[in-house]
Ligand binder design. Structure first.
Ligand code: PL4
Length: 402
């Protein structure tokens, strides 16, 4: 018999988001008449913009002609798309060949773990997007799970709480995951905080994986959208990013990872070399239709304006949710530079609060504990929803005794 990868036995439960869907489906099976509103999983709800649709049609039609047809492409992505991303999102401070096109930030998070192997130590913000920890566990980077503190050995959990303004006391590890704007707390790191992070990584010879999936949701002018706005970051940081949320591509799938050629491993090998090896070996490129279409969208002022309008729509949802919950007496965080509102719950643990809100208001949220032990006592409200559902959810929340 084939031995099971022993790391899977360390995982504590199903991956968070399918587990939330499972509980929602179970509730619906028992209460088929319930009109559920989902403010749980951060999944976009509004249709693709006109420019995106037109560009997708053009790209698909092109594939139907002899001249326009293309098969496998470069695993690293189409050159004009890499160039355009460097220009639009990094003002050409990043070279086009440091941009690797992917099928999304989540997928690259997993592939990055493959590059680092199982001999590294990880540090994560606690709470954090569960993929960082779970993929590290699967890769064999962690020890066993401890029931007493709900942490894995060999992972450094850096607490992010209101008392430290959600910026943790930084702790030494080989790989430091850092997400800003943050999922789930909605906090955004200031320039000074990011300078501290980069300094810390330099001093301790760590590599930062900076998850900027929500960068476009930042509204304050001096808040960095990219870690590369910080001097020295190109020596210590990899950045993952995504078209999912600002362009509504959660189902379309397109993202990118920046690996500057100046980030090195201990033996002097540029990380860029190994990342190129990973991508050319286990990835076959993002869909050429999506890539071609996105080049057209990024070349269009109208396309970029529509993206900004979509982001504003979701951020107006976030404002409505936060304001209403504040008025109801909850203590809330986030929701101004991020599409998530992080809500303190008194007298219930976060899974109890999740169940209570689902059963009594028919609203799906995300329990904070699903993001790590530091998330206990909170639930996360997502702003990715139709406006009428947000307004209806607020009315239902008013009737709760929570
Ligand atoms: C549910 C910090 C959402 N099935 O779409 P991608 O792969 O480019 O980006 C995923 C991603 C990357 N980084 C951060 C994220 O928050 C997300 C998406 N997170 C959420 O509700 O927290 C969707 C989760 C999806 C998943 O597992 O990612």
């Amino acid at each position: 018999m084939v031995q099971r990868n022993k790391n899977f036995a360390k995982l504590q439960a199903g991956y968070l988001f399918p587990e939330i869907n499972r509980r929602k489906t179970e509730f619906l099976a028992k209460n088929p008449e319930a009109n559920i509103i989902s403010l749980g999983i951060g999944d976009t709800t509004e249709p693709l913009s006109k420019t995106v649709v037109k560009a997708l049609v053009n790209a698909a039609e092109g594939m139907g002609s002899l001249d326009g047809y293309s098969g496998y492409g470069a695993e690293q992505g189409m050159a004009p798309l890499r160039e355009k991303i460097a220009e639009v999102f990094y003002d050409n401070s990043i070279a086009a060949d440091e941009v690797f096109i992917s099928d999304g930030a989540k997928c690259d998070t997993g592939r990055l773990q493959m590059m680092f192997g199982n001999d590294v130590t990880l540090a994560v913000q606690d709470p954090s997007y569960p993929v960082y920890v779970d993929s590290g566990v699967i890769m064999g980077q962690t020890g066993e799970y401890n029931n007493d503190n709900q942490q894995f050995d060999n992972i450094v959990y850096m607490k992010c709480v209101p008392e430290n303004d959600f910026f943790p006391e930084l702790e030494k590890a080989d790989i430091i995951y850092f997400c800003s704007p943050n999922n789930p707390t909605g906090a955004v790191a200031t320039r000074e905080q990011l300078e501290k992070l980069v300094d810390f990584a330099k001093t301790n010879q760590s590599i930062i994986i900076f998850d900027a999936a929500y960068a476009e949701f930042i509204s304050e002018p001096d808040v960095p959208k990219s870690i590369y706005e910080i001097d020295g970051a190109k020596d210590v940081a990899i950045e993952i990013c995504s078209f999912s949320k600002p362009f509504g591509y959660t189902g379309v799938r397109l993202g990118w990872t920046i690996v500057p050629k100046t980030v090195q491993f201990e033996d002097g090998t540029p990380v860029h070399n190994d990342w190129n090896r990973v991508m050319t070996t286990v990835f076959n490129g993002a869909s050429n239709i999506i890539q071609k279409a996105t080049i057209e969208v990024l070349n269009s002022e109208q396309g970029l304006a529509e993206m900004k309008a979509l982001v504003s729509f979701y951020m107006e949802n976030a404002r409505i949710i936060k304001e209403a919950l504040d008025e109801l007496g909850f203590t809330t965080y986030g929701g101004t530079n991020a599409p998530y509102t992080w809500v303190k719950i008194e007298g219930k643990d976060s899974w109890e609060a999740f169940s209570y809100i689902l059963e009594n208001a028919h609203i799906v949220t995300t329990p904070g504990a699903g993001f790590g032990p530091g998330g206990e006592g909170y639930v996360r409200f997502s702003a990715f929803a139709h406006r009428e559902n947000v307004l209806e959810a607020i009315e239902r929340m008013k009737k709760l005794d929570l």
